[in-house]
Design a protein around this ligand. Sequence first.
Ligand code: PMP
Length: 433
Amino acid sequence: MTTNAQLFETAQNLMPGGVNSPVRAFGSVGGTPVAMISGQGPYLTDTEGKEYVDLVGSWGPALLGHKHPEVTEAVRKAVDAGLGFGTSHPSEARLAELVRDRVPGAEMIRMVSTGTEATMTAVRLARGATGKNLVVKFAGCYHGHSDGLLAAAGSGVATLGLPGSAGVTEAQASETIVLEYNDRSGLETVFNEHGENIAAVITEATPANMGVVPPEPGFNQLIRDLTSKYGAKMIFDEVMTGFRITEAGYWGASGRQEGWTPDLFTFGKVIGGGLPTAAVAGSREVMEHLAPTGPVYHAGTLPGNPVAMAAGVATLEAATAEVYEHIDSKAEVVAEALTAALNDAGVEHSIQKVGSLFSVAFGTSATGVHNYTEAQSQESFRYGPFFHAMLDAGVYLPPSVFEAWFLSAAHDDAAVDRILQALPAAARAAAEA
Ligand code: PMP
């Protein structure tokens, strides 16, 4: 048997930090990353044969749990037909249709391979369609790792405590205006001062990369109003939330229930069902600026790959209302048990939650976290001991306090019970930190 420690030692010699994405490292929680070798339903098994209840869900795609029979079967069939042709084929239109039918405002879709590519393309599209340069983003929101969007980013950039990234030119950074999330007057001021030059405001439909931070009522609406008034595009990054949380994805964001839609959406994670697919979507008018109908260039070898499309189609077709009800209710149970365990252990905290996506922030007042400054000032040192107590008890949490917890349709009572049983000791470990 190869141990996690042996694998990590080998990996560290071959890959920077021993990982292919910094969010997988145990940088902020300490210890050796666990190498998983298989997944089934709500469980993962590591290289040492230990089983965990998985609350990372492949960072979002595993809405239905691991190795869902219909998704696996669809992928097998697609593989049997050939891995990819570099041509049009039927299942890419089927996935586009599923997105269009479920998301008001997503009239046309362009498949890409990663969320990073989706947001990068959406920003280029917004600039190309408006002829303007500036992009407004919010601190703590993560939109992938393209140059202009790394300023004050969440996710791994937040975990590592970085202001942005080396290698991003000043010119790139200077075209991104960063605002505090939920800052209505800041947004109004920026539009007053720079409105004529703003191509886009990009925002997570509900931020979940600085922990979960719900938009205050009317905040997304204000973004919509200001972008419309000044002729800028509103980009709703739903890479994390799309087809996962009922408030901000599949059923329409609260904004869409109020009768508005963004100009552009980005999707990823769930729409690829675990394989590398993401998408840009939006109104026909904006999307037709993309090549070959328009002058804004995007291309690729793998976008719309038939195996990835098969996984996405099977996932969205299986993602029924019952699936979302199940995930929402299990998330409620886990979040309630988490807060009860932390209260019993005397740990001040807030549960940050929108629909089934939630995270915990330590040492925050009962009013919770509303922006990146508040997220960063929490007692994040409590998360490492909490995380490791859960890991020891066989629960795999995201290895950073800034990441959301993901449940799936496969998290049944048995899996949820294991989480609940592990919480009291982990809460005591957080208290003693
Ligand atoms: N946008 C959001 C909101 C995300 O959460 C992520 C990834 N966590 C991305 C974009 C980037 O997606 P990818 O990792 O597929 O490049």
